[in-house]
Design a protein around this ligand. Structure first.
Ligand code: BES
Ligand code: MN
Ligand code: ZN
Length: 500
């Protein structure tokens, strides 16, 4: 979809549908909505008076214009109560409205910016929210459908602004939102791809392609190199699979004057069957998305480089499958990680932490700081926080606060979880330095405590996205399937670090 900013009047646009908005309770709309209402001879205000248009959040009413303005349809999108309006609602409204006009058959659409009027959002922020919501909300993964129903796609989408002073801010916002949302959609595509296609090899190829687009440094290590580095954690997980593991390193240098480099680490299990501690078959297909952490850091690099943020960032991904086979690791095995620490593998399904142990050690070796890791690590985190908030665990409150703030800006809730020393007891092994499962209780925390052993004193935050990386129903700009969480949070965090 092409998205552009037009200086002009929304009523004068000749597209398949124009989009305007309305706060709940407003009887006489102003701004762009008011202009369209006037051009329609009060058609919108009449529908408000009769109660057909209420302005409730997520309400979209399609009004036919019957030749009174050049566009045949107007979609009036409800903004909800003005007192309850948030920037995230601007994204939501954009998504719901864009889907409604697509459903009505529109191939071209034009919209006003939601939230920049009486709601008082800065035009740039409102425009970014608009572009993000629209692009995220229209996302579909239809690559493997040979018969596409509802085939219509919006090809041209225009943001219309009459006020010349606001227009350049809106252009900046639309551009940033476009990059953010496209990048989140890159992550969604990677996660939605089935594991027979999205293998560690393919994931590495995608990272190399993205690096090529933005002139990032990229390196893909093979099994032999990982062996030389002593990466006994990821290699033990990879043992059971016929697919070769890959270790991906992508580097962006946006601030050559600084010696600091932010580390983004992603869990890259292209399929997690559980291994010999095999998972129940129900919902096992969701484990094709166990590389969502990897997808999000690769996609974040795509955005960070495109936005030319003044910050150095290195992304690290350990990619492998976790499969049961005659060559697979077995419960009770003891392995030696790159850090030198030994691990008793009491459950081969706790494989994410085994791979991350080595990747985090490698991050330390590179001197990356701070380090943010993103992982679909534990079902326990999904149980604790549902599909709304990502669990956050760390050893540095300053970095934690920055991530929470970055999440707020993105409309992606990041919720801090406790990290008391006491939880570490559960990871104690009698015969190795640590074991890879602390049992059911507090499972998300004990998993984070396991990772903490390999981070040591590096300022670090771990994001457990097991509950938020995909969803089973649509919500606003989040569609069914992969969500692209927390790509936009990571980009905001990188921007925050660039500023500080
Ligand atoms: N990839 C899973 C966690 C997961 C579950 C992510 C559901 C997304 C949705 C992880 O590798 C895993 O299997 N974790 C185990 C840990 C346990 C064996 C200690 C879990 O959560 O059950
Ligand atoms: Mn697992
Ligand atoms: Zn896993």
């Amino acid at each position: 979809m092409n998205i552009k900013v037009i200086r002009g009047d929304i009523t004068a646009q000749k597209v398949d549908a124009i989009i305007v908005n309305l706060f709940e309770g407003v009887q006489q709309p102003g701004g762009g909505t008011g202009a369209v209402d006037q051009a329609l001879g009060g058609g919108i205000s009449q529908l408000i008076a009769s109660g057909e248009i209420k302005g409730k959040i997520n309400e979209v009413t399609i009004v036919h214009t019957l030749g009174r303005i050049p566009s045949p349809r107007v979609a009036v999108a409800g903004l909800g109560k003005q007192t309850e309006f948030t920037p995230d609602r601007a994204r939501q409204v954009a998504a719901v409205a864009a889907r409604a006009v697509r459903k009505a058959g529109a191939k071209t659409a034009a919209t006003i910016t939601h939230g920049a009027g009486i709601a008082g959002m800065e035009p740039e922020a409102a425009a970014q929210a608009l572009a993000e919501g629209t692009i995220l909300g229209l996302y579909r993964f239809r690559k493997y459908l040979t018969k596409k129903e509802n085939d219509n796609d919006i090809e041209e989408f225009s943001v219309v602004e009459r006020d010349e002073e606001k227009a350049s801010a809106i252009e900046r916002g639309v551009n940033a939102g476009h990059i953010m949302a496209d990048s989140a959609n890159v992550a969604r595509d990677l996660v939605n791809e089935p594991s027979n296609y999205m293998t560690p090899t393919r994931l590495a190829e995608v990272a190399v392609d993205i690096a090529g687009c933005w002139l990032l440094e990229v390196q893909v290590m093979e099994r032999e190199e990982m062996e030389k580095l002593g990466m006994g954690g990821i290699l033990a997980v990879a043992k059971g699979s016929a697919e070769p593991p890959k270790f991906i390193v992508m580097s962006y240098k946006g601030d050559p004057s600084s010696v600091k480099t932010l580390g983004l680490v992603g869990k890259g299990l292209t399929f997690d069957s559980g291994g010999i501690s095999i998972k129940p078959s129900e919902h096992m297909e969701e484990m094709k998305g166990d590389m969502a952490g990897a997808a999000s850091v690769i996609a974040a690099m795509n955005a960070i480089a495109q936005l030319r943020l003044k910050v150095n960032v290195t992304a690290l991904v350990g990619a492998t499958e976790n499969m049961p086979s005659g060559t697979a690791q077995k419960p009770g095995d003891i392995l030696k990680t790159m850090s030198g620490k030994t691990v008793e593998v009491v459950n081969t399904d706790a494989e994410g932490r085994l791979t991350l142990a080595d990747v985090l050690t490698y991050a330390r070796k590179l001197g990356l700081s701070p380090v943010i890791d993103v992982a679909t690590l534990t079902g326990a985190c999904h149980i604790a926080l549902g599909d709304v908030c990502t669990g956050a665990f760390g050893n540095n409150q300053d970095i934690m606060n920055k991530l929470i703030e970055a999440g707020e800006q993105a409309g992606e809730c990041v919720w801090q979880m406790p990290m008391m020393e006491e939880y570490k007891q559960q990871n104690k092994s009698d015969i190795a330095d640590i074991k890879n499962s602390g049992g059911r209780y507090g499972g998300a925390i004990t998993a984070a405590q396991f990772l903490a052993e390999f981070v040591e004193d590096t300022p670090w935050v771990h994001l457990d996205i097991a509950g938020t990386f995909m969803r089973d129903k649509e919500r606003g700009y989040l569609v069914k399937g992969a969500t692209g969480v927390p790509v936009r949070t990571l980009v905001n965090a990188a921007r925050g670090l660039a500023a500080s």
